[in-house]
Write a protein of this length. Structure first.
Lengths: 243, 202
């Protein structure tokens, strides 16, 4: 290569470098702006799709029972009565009461559902099975634990039970998907029965004698008649496993 | 035999307190204490995890389902509730098992044991209520995922809570929780008749 070509080659490289230094930051700024616009439009679309069902003032006003946490008894729900104009259509009515439940009580401490959770969709099948699809915030923001997750689901099912008699069972989806648990504990693979509550059958416990902490003998609780499983169990079918 | 299940572990820390308390660590230390109390009562104990692993729900159930005549106790720390209280849960009602092929469906393995689980849970909750004021008198019902696939009398024990400022407050509860579970298991034992059918589980 002659010195003249070497000079031209070096000059070309310097030129390309200068162009890159000038335009790359501009390009990066434009890409960032485009990404932000796309994110904003997705968020906008999501919000438009999940607009809470507006209460129609023309609907008859109904005494609506909403179940939020008790301020006196731990892990317990109490009904709060609110007069709301509610649709007679069970799907619209369910959306109205659930959106009011999600909006929360006046005292934010008594919320049962995270403030950022949204009801994305609600369907009611002819057999009375309802499907409620909530945003991921329901699973991500609800406090993790059996008591708190059960309280969240109970507030939904009991509010539906009190206001929408057509709903017999409830299946909860998170962002359109079936998930195994709400936040690590509560089983979401099945449908919740909206109307029945299991009976409690307490067992009498003999009191522990003072200083008996280290005693070897267990407190003799009155043993019920010998129990066996409801049905003599056979082998347990193994779960399906992914390869 | 008692199968003890310290919940969570590995990449799943469970509930987390503001003071850095992690449910997965606390339940493991509780499990050690409960194991000692159960062994003193003459029980053989199997744990679903010994360290910071995170077996799946099914793997944990499989540990219990492989034992004959075992009871199952899964341990949790809540992120809400009155600190210093303890709640026992048994699984909600499950559709009855009506298989004609002699197999119990895995996803409803708890169904034939619900009545036994309720009795076991009420014994343990009764002893806990005597020690930890503000705890319920009887076991509660909840749709606990871990219990559903367990073919044994099975309970979940949830201690309140990771919101305590000092972990020592939880550690101080361990001996009382351990003693109540051991007493509950001992009280339940005479009422649990394990079927002698060949090949039956448990």
């Amino acid at each position: 290569m002659t010195p003249r070509w070497k000079f031209l080659f070096a000059g070309g490289l310097v030129f390309i470098l200068l162009v890159a230094l000038t335009f790359v930051p501009i390009l990066r700024r434009r890409m960032k702006r485009a990404a932000k616009l796309q994110q904003q439009s997705e968020e906008q679309a999501r919000r438009e799709l999940t607009q809470p069902i507006a209460i129609n003032p023309g609907d008859p006003r109904v005494k609506t029972k909403l179940f939020w946490a008790s301020d006196t008894i731990d892990a317990t729900l109490v009904p709060v009565s609110v007069d709301l104009p509610l649709s007679n259509d069970p799907v619209l009515r369910s959306k109205q009461v659930l959106n009011t439940l999600l909006a929360g009580p006046v005292d934010a401490e008594l919320r049962t559902l995270p403030p950022d959770a949204l009801l994305l969709a609600f369907y009611l099948l002819p057999d009375g099975t309802a499907i409620a699809d909530f945003s991921e915030a329901l699973a991500n923001s609800v406090p993790s634990g059996i008591a708190s997750e059960q309280l969240a689901v109970n507030s939904i099912t009991r509010t539906l039970e009190a206001n929408v008699p057509q709903v017999q069972r409830l299946k909860i989806l998170i962002h359109g998907q079936e998930v195994e648990t709400l936040a690590g504990h509560l089983d979401l693979t099945g449908a919740f029965v909206v109307n029945t509550k299991p009976a409690q059958t307490p067992v009498q416990i003999a009191p522990i004698a003072p200083g008996a902490d280290k005693a070897a003998a267990p407190a003799p609780a009155p043993a019920p008649a010998a129990l066996t499983p409801d049905k003599a169990p056979g082998r347990v079918a193994q779960p399906e496993r992914k390869p | 035999m008692v199968v003890l299940d310290p919940a969570h572990g590995g990449t799943d820390p469970g509930a987390r307190g503001t003071g850095g308390i992690r449910e997965s660590e606390i339940v493991l230390s509780f499990a050690m204490e409960i194991r000692r109390a159960l062994e003193q009562q003459g029980f053989q104990v199997v744990q679903t995890r010994q360290g910071n692993e995170n077996p799946s729900f099914d793997d944990r159930s499989a540990t219990a389902n492989a034992q004959r005549g075992a009871v199952f106790v899964t341990l949790h720390i809540s992120s809400t509730g009155l600190p210093g209280t303890v709640r026992v849960y048994v699984n909600s009602d499950l559709a009855p098992v009506a298989g004609s092929n002699g197999f119990i469906p895995w996803d409803r393995a708890q169904a034939p044991f619900l009545r036994l689980s309720r009795t076991f849970g009420d014994f343990v909750q009764g002893f806990l209520a005597q020690r930890f004021k503000g705890s319920p008198e009887t076991a509660q019902t909840a749709s606990v995922r871990q219990l559903r696939t367990t073919a044994a009398p099975a309970i979940a024990v949830e201690i309140s809570s990771v919101t305590v400022e000092d972990r020592a407050e939880l550690d101080r509860m361990a001996p009382g929780v351990a003693d109540a579970i051991a007493r509950g298991a001992a009280a339940f034992k005479p009422s649990y008749v394990v079927p002698s059918t060949s090949g039956a589980l448990p």
